[in-house]
Design a protein around this ligand. Structure first.
Ligand SMILES: Nc1ncnc2c1ncn2[C@@H]1O[C@H](COP(=O)(O)OP(=O)(O)OP(=O)(O)O)[C@@H](O)[C@H]1O
Ligand SMILES: O=C(O)c1ccc[n+]([C@@H]2O[C@H](COP(=O)([O-])O)[C@@H](O)[C@H]2O)c1
Length: 274
């Protein structure tokens, strides 16, 4: 690996985080270890982006609470942060747009650093665009990039008819890249093999094996909470305290959005969580 340029990576996780769990935080650690092991990447930042209330998933509590819990969960981390941009939008925002937003932020920050070096900025844009159109095998290794971080269930949801736009999937994996953590029985490799788009961009998809198989999900946690059961050690202590103080997650809150006529992107997630 000697002499090889190392790409700086920002990991972006999008989801409901209803509530944020220890597994959400662990995903970042697993992804960082994996990318660093390749010798090609240095992970400089992790971003948690809770979905907005416009997502209208059943049982989705207010973004302000989900945001605050994510902030409390990451308070002691020196690299994982929370970003409110997505959940402050008045309407639900497609994930490809969220990734684009954070990529543009990153470019703008870099541009501020090398303000005078406009040649570098323009050249980089060109490399990125050429790569996405399939005319280059190198996406500009000396520049930073944003990768979407998700569990295997999200990768598999790419295959649900009418859920994701095909061009969004191509943009996420082709232009940016994806780190996918295995989850339960999902087999990301098989799924990548079966999808022409994912296969085409397979070099941009990093599958990370979680050897400590677990069934931690926000759904299980909400269920335990509305039954008055302890969720300690499944959530950061600060989050457990916040849930208790604000009396979150009851039978009532689980009915939220239950009567909403769902758009295609909500049908799948609503069904999966019931
Ligand atoms: N145990 C887990 N293993 C791997 N990935 C996970 C796990 N739990 C959550 N994730 C991933 O974290 C991201 C955000 O997840 P999300 O907020 O939807 O949590 P969730 O536990 O799947 O929620 P819910 O149970 O409400 O559907 C998604 O990419 C999801 O795949
Ligand atoms: O961009 C899309 O088309 C799209 C379709 C379905 C789901 N998503 C995103 O995927 C995430 C799924 O979260 P969840 O809690 O429903 O598993 C959430 O961030 C959604 O905005 C995104």
């Amino acid at each position: 690996m000697e002499g090889q340029a190392v790409t700086e990576v920002v990991l972006l996780a999008c989801g409901s985080f209803n509530p944020i769990t220890n597994m959400h935080l662990r995903m970042f650690e697993l992804a960082r270890d994996h990318l660093v092991d390749t010798g090609q990447y240095r992970v400089v930042k992790g971003i948690i982006s809770p979905v907005g209330d416009g997502y209208k998933k059943k049982g989705l509590i207010e973004a302000s609470h989900r945001l605050e819990m994510a902030r409390l969960a990451t308070k002691d981390s020196d690299w994982i942060t929370v970003d409110a941009w997505e959940c402050l939008q008045p309407e639900w925002v497609e994930t490809a747009k969220v990734v684009r937003h954070h990529y543009d932020d990153l470019l703008a920050a870099e541009q501020n650093i090398d303000d005078v070096d406009t040649v570098k900025y323009t050249k980089r844009r060109r490399v990125e665009e050429n790569h996405f159109q399939g005319s280059s095998s190198d996406r500009g290794r000396d520049s930073s990039q944003v990768m979407l971080l998700c569990g295997a269930d999200v990768l598999e949801s790419f295959g649900i008819p009418n859920l994701w736009k095909q061009e969004d999937i191509a943009e996420i994996v082709g232009r940016y890249g994806l780190v996918c953590i295995t989850r339960n029985s999902n087999d990301p490799h098989k799924f990548i093999h079966q999808s022409d788009t994912l296969w085409k961009y397979r070099k941009n998809i990093h599958v990370v094996r979680e050897w400590v198989t677990n069934e931690i999900s926000a759904t299980h946690i909400r269920r335990a909470l509305r039954r008055g059961r302890s969720v300690r050690y499944l959530l950061p202590d600060k989050v457990v305290r916040y849930v208790q103080e604000n009396d979150l997650y009851s039978a009532e809150s689980e009915k939220k959005n239950a009567d909403v006529v769902l758009a295609p992107f909500q049908k799948c997630s609503g069904a999966l969580s019931s």
